[in-house]
Design a protein around this ligand. Structure first.
Ligand SMILES: [Zn+2]
Length: 176
């Protein structure tokens, strides 16, 4: 009879432990029946080592279970924040790059237009001074404008020819 009663007491104690939040085991309670249950539980735990172990185990388990999602949540939040910040920085850099490209393109176009106008005026002035026909200084102007591109094209052609010659030399040496 005594062992059955004891089993009931252990059962009741463990149910109380399982149902109670760890804080309420020690904190003062608002409800008197819960307070008396807690008082009974405290008294039982004083005398019963196995239920005390169970209570400690439960408290530790609950503590761990609470710690895990909080830790996961924190790392998730911080990694998300880092990612969002990184993405924002990337977007900002991209915008800055696009802005630089746009400004550079505009500046180059304006410079080209301005130098063309200045050159045209210069050739006009020279033509008038040398008393040349308009067609003559205009052809001169065109040649002057096209000259850099022509020189570059000639240099590239020469380089290509040179490379071709070197290649022919090498294949020749392989054959010989
Ligand atoms: Zn017990």
């Amino acid at each position: 009879m005594n062992s059955v009663k004891n089993n009931d007491a252990h059962e009741r104690a463990r149910r109380l432990i399982a149902l109670a939040a760890p804080e309420t085991l020690s904190a003062a309670d608002r409800f008197s029946d819960q307070a008396s249950s807690n008082a009974w539980l405290a008294a039982h735990l004083e005398t019963c080592a196995s239920c005390r172990a169970f209570a400690e185990n439960a408290a530790e388990t609950i503590h761990r279970l609470r710690a895990i999602p909080v830790a996961a949540e924190r790392t998730l939040v911080s990694t998300t924040q880092i990612r969002v910040r990184r993405r924002a920085l990337e977007l900002q850099r991209h915008r800055e790059r696009m802005w630089t490209v746009a400004v550079t393109c505009t500046a180059v176009t304006l410079c080209a237009l301005l130098s063309t106008v200045v050159l045209w005026r210069g050739f006009e002035w020279l033509g008038a001074r040398a008393q040349l026909a308009a067609s003559v200084w205009q052809v001169g102007f065109l040649l002057f404008c096209v000259m850099p591109a022509l020189v570059a094209a000639l240099l590239l052609l020469a380089k290509d020819k040179d490379n071709g010659k070197h290649l022919a030399d090498h294949t020749g040496s392989y054959r010989g």
